[in-house]
Design a protein around this ligand. Structure first.
Ligand SMILES: Cc1ncc(COP(=O)(O)O)c(C=O)c1O
Length: 407
């Protein structure tokens, strides 16, 4: 992130803020699409970052929308998506499904018999027939850092339930056109070989499940989990050979030539675009320790790691004010009244001073909306999209304790 632009953005919108480089989003989309087999379709998982500027950039690059909530649906509409939106998620309420149907969603990833029945009832009420992909938790073991399939999980139909003789009957529901299978193994899949293996497994699962349930498998969403560093300037993953590997898996499947192959990605497409710009509020000593207190914390970054959901890794803090000589070991904390509000412990970094502006790279995915935004009711930071080094769009998350301009 260019220091001059960062300082200008802080002058315009205050600190902290998230800045998103749309050129990077477009480039990631291009690279990932080129790494997928010919004809494969790519979906953007809004959960990674619903910011409409990012989603619009992806739409213009030919990526489709995958949403899981009313808020993500609204974001998709703001980004200009109107057709081909897929809705997923393990607990879809009547309201979410109704909102989806009223707003033109015609395709659902279905997670259970109850989910199927609920979608069927509401589709009939709405007088429509919707496409359904059965999200399956295959019996095969996954290869992902945060495994969501191939292990016992709350996601999808357990494959054994779909292979049982009564499944076909239970899924003969009006208003549903069962067209395919969706398998998502998990995020941050560590290698090209693992991505290939997972894709093979998704395709094999689709063959087994469609034969057992008795539908023609026209669509396979093989998930993804394409990796990218989080909040650190670690090297980008080497996806060399991905296209050949996925191509080989696809061509070996009996569904090749008849079904549409799809993938979905959040992190890979937008993580690299985002920088969190923050200011040092305090540098204080407590015994042998030094604490660097920032104006950002787990309410804006890594909230899930604050809850112990994800192991905390070291983070990169680049000083955009002054690059000082030397190395200190500090704990980097935020402004919340909770010892959980810690972004890094035992972090080795050059000395910083009060007022320094720091940048955390690679936080375009699972940043603000994956954090504890409501905790302690701090103002939500501006999210600024920029292109060719110039700001082009600014957003504020809308929540009641958001930016109150009356005070
Ligand atoms: C079903 C599903 N699809 C896609 C994603 C996006 O994953 P990633 O951001 O790693 O690409 C997730 C993330 O949890 C998910 O649960």
């Amino acid at each position: 992130m260019n220091a001059e632009l960062a300082h200008q953005l802080i002058a315009d919108h205050g600190s902290p803020l998230f800045a998103h480089d749309l050129n990077v989003v477009a480039e990631r989309a291009r690279v990932l699409q080129n790494a997928l087999p010919d004809g494969a379709r790519l979906y953007y998982s809004f959960k990674a970052n619903p910011l409409p500027s990012i989603a619009r950039e992806l739409r213009l690059a030919g990526v489709r929308a995958e949403v899981t909530s009313v808020g993500e649906l609204v974001a998709a509409q703001k980004a200009g998506f109107s057709e081909g939106i897929v809705m997923g998620g393990p607990g879809k309420s009547e309201r979410v499904i109704q909102m989806a149907l009223k707003n033109g969603v015609t395709s659902f990833s279905c997670e259970s018999f109850t989910d199927a029945a609920r979608i069927s009832t509401l589709a009939q009420k709405e007088g429509v027939v919707v496409d359904v992909m059965l999200r399956v938790n295959p019996t095969q073991a996954p290869d992902a850092r945060l495994a969501m399939s191939g292990v016992e999980s709350q996601f999808g139909f357990d494959e054994a339930l779909l292979l049982a003789p009564e499944a076909a009957e239970k899924l003969k529901l009006p208003g549903l056109n069962i067209r395919g299978v969706h398998v998502y193994f998990g995020t941050q899949v560590g290698s090209v070989a693992a991505l290939g293996k997972n894709t093979e497994c998704a395709l094999d699962t689709a063959v087994r499940v469609s034969a057992a349930v008795g539908f023609e498998c026209e669509v396979v969403n093989a998930g993804g989990g394409f990796p990218w560093p989080y909040a650190s300037d670690a090297a980008a993953p080497d996806l060399g050979g991905l296209r050949e590997t996925l191509d080989a898996a696809w061509k070996a499947s009996p569904l090749h030539g008849s079904a549409q192959l799809c993938f979905e990605s959040g992190r890979y497409l937008c993580a690299g675009s985002g920088t969190l710009i923050t200011t040092v509020l305090d540098v204080k000593r407590a015994g042998a320790k030094t604490y660097v207190v920032l104006d950002t914390g787990i309410h804006q970054l890594g909230g899930m790691s604050g809850l112990g959901r994800i192991p905390r890794a070291s983070i990169t803090l680049k000083n955009l004010t002054t690059q000082r000589e030397g190395e200190t070991v500090v704990d980097v904390v935020g402004p919340l009244c909770s010892p959980l509000d810690s972004l890094a412990r035992g972090q080795k970094m050059a000395p910083v001073e009060v007022g320094d502006v720091l940048a955390v790279p690679n936080v375009g995915a699972y940043g603000l909306t994956a954090s504890l935004v409501g905790f302690l009711s701090h103002e939500t930071p501006a999210e600024v999209a920029y292109r060719d080094g110039a700001a082009c769009e600014t957003w504020f998350m809308s929540c009641w304790h958001g930016r109150d301009r009356s005070i």
